[in-house]
Ligand binder design. Structure first.
Ligand code: PLP
Length: 480
């Protein structure tokens, strides 16, 4: 493809994207295909000769699109939102065209510097303490964009592990680092995302998964009890991952209680995972949900979930950047440069060496919407979730299971779990809506998350009509 063909086909691609988005409401949300459907439609071998662009696009339409789940569909209410917006799509296009691999300042100064600046903007808008803001006076912390929340949790746990090993080595300087691993124990609540358990698996440390209270919040007593027991057994509490906005029910751990417990220990790192909810803290009226953040050593949120930025853009801030980089630094000559001492090299802040120009899309989105536009978007989702909640509460056959603070409503038929399973299965099979289940307080629940950028009240009311029609078919007529 030469530049003239790119110019033509690029414009056609923008038209194709606009058509795709405009037509979304007329499609099924989920595809009606069986596993292996694509293998029957595509050749077994790669083409030897170049193919015509129009033929490739015809196959996109005929073979790929029928197997796509439409995450931007107004009837998509599963998981959390998958951030998407035109400014973000355009930024990724530009980032791909620049095609730099910004692992160090020298590898592309703008890539590194924009990331630092935009992470400061976003961190300040959320209301993080100054210690996390690179440019704040006497700050030793800063922010970095990672690929996923799972990676943010993993590198935070890694930094915590390194900190704990250095602490233990003070009394045993000649002991190998790995000898301390069986002593290290981390904690999170049952409501925490499974990525915490996965990180512990990767890092060969133990993790205690604790009971939250009846509101899904990890409280002081359970954490303290677990830590005390472990210390009596000679173990070292080195890491706590608190959750603000859990995946199952958008519950919030009690940071104000957990924080002081971590601080009282000699080497316990407090990480706060707010992958979805953290974006909402740009709204002044929601900042109360962040209280206790002053105790945290690290914090993550994903604009690629709930801030209109396309995947991947997962933001991690640390209170002390040296603690993170000292766990990760490896410095071969071929990656060093003349400005290594005064410039940030993000290769030391995460696992991969190669890094995309991801800050561009966060910068585009913040500038094009302004913080006020992003607040409006978040508030609209919350208003719609509360409207959906009120519809559920008006129907005596159903119950709402979570405290609806943001854009997620957990609900169920007041009936055994298998009836709720059937209800969800038939709704999803209809292709009109897509939702996923979870377990909350040992009950099978259905999660309804507001996800579409321009969601309106009619979408939520349509969803409720579909749900109640399926419930009617399942249960028969029960007077309301
Ligand atoms: N933490 C929370 C609270 C989440 O909800 C999720 C995913 O939904 C994750 C972590 C994992 O996110 P990622 O897919 O970015 O690794």
């Amino acid at each position: 493809m030469d530049i003239e063909e790119f110019r033509t086909k690029g414009k056609e691609m923008v038209d194709y994207i606009c058509q795709y988005i405009t037509n979304l409401p007329n499609q099924r949300v989920t595809p009606d295909v069986e596993p292996g459907y694509l293998r029957q439609l595509l050749p077994n071998e790669a083409p030897v000769e170049p193919e015509d662009w129009d033929d490739i696009m015809k196959d996109v339409e005929k073979k790929i699109m029928p197997g796509v789940t439409h995450w931007q569909h107004p009837g998509f209410h599963a998981y959390f939102p998958s951030g998407n917006s035109f400014p973000s799509i355009l930024a990724d296009m530009l980032s791909d065209a620049i095609g730099c691999i910004g692992f160090s300042w020298a590898a592309s100064p703008a890539c590194t510097e924009l990331e630092t600046i935009v992470m400061d903007w976003f961190g300040k808008a959320i209301g993080l303490p100054n210690d996390f803001i690179t440019s704040a006076k006497s700050s030793r912390g800063g922010g970095v964009i990672q690929t996923s929340a799972s990676e943010c949790v993993l590198v935070s746990m890694l930094a915590a592990r390194n900190q704990a090993i250095q602490y233990l080595k003070k009394n045993h300087p000649n002991v190998e680092d790995n000898v301390f691993l069986p002593k290290l124990v981390g904690y999170c609540s049952k409501e925490a995302h499974s990525c915490v358990e996965k990180a512990a698996k990767i890092l060969l440390v133990q993790i205690r998964i604790l009971e939250p209270d009846e509101n899904g919040s990890l409280r002081k007593e359970n954490l303290l009890d677990a830590m005390e027991k472990d210390k009596e057994n000679g173990l070292v509490p080195f890491f706590v991952s608190a959750i603000l906005g859990s995946t199952s029910s958008c519950s919030f751990d009690n940071l104000e209680e957990i924080g002081p417990i971590c601080k009282a220990e000699p080497c316990t790192w407090l990480h706060v995972d707010a992958a979805y909810a953290g974006n909402a803290f740009i709204c002044p009226e929601l900042k109360y949900l962040l209280s206790g953040i002053e105790y945290a050593d690290s914090f993550n949120t994903n604009p690629n979930k709930w801030l209109l930025v396309n995947f991947d853009c997962s933001c991690l801030w640390v209170r002390c950047r040296m603690k993170l980089t000292s766990a990760l630094v490896v410095d071969p000559l071929y990656l060093q440069h003349a400005n290594s001492d005064e410039a940030i090299d993000y290769r030391h802040w995460g696992i991969p060496l190669s890094r995309r120009f991801r800050s561009l899309k966060l910068w585009f989105v913040i500038r094009k919407y302004g913080l006020s536009g992003l607040q409006k978007y978040i508030r609209n989702h919350i208003k719609l979730a509360k409207h959906f909640e009120s519809l559920v509460r008006k129907d005596p056959r159903f119950e709402v299971i979570n405290d609806v603070k943001l854009g997620l409503v957990c609900f169920r038929l007041i009936a055994p779990d298998n009836v709720n399973q059937n209800l969800l299965a038939t709704i999803n099979a209809s292709g009109k809506l897509h939702m996923i289940p979870s377990m909350v307080r040992d009950k099978y629940i259905i999660r309804f998350c507001v996800t579409a950028e321009n969601a309106v009240q009619e979408d939520v009311e349509h969803a409720w009509t579909v749900i109640t029609e399926h419930a009617y078919e399942l249960l028969g007529s029960i007077p309301v």
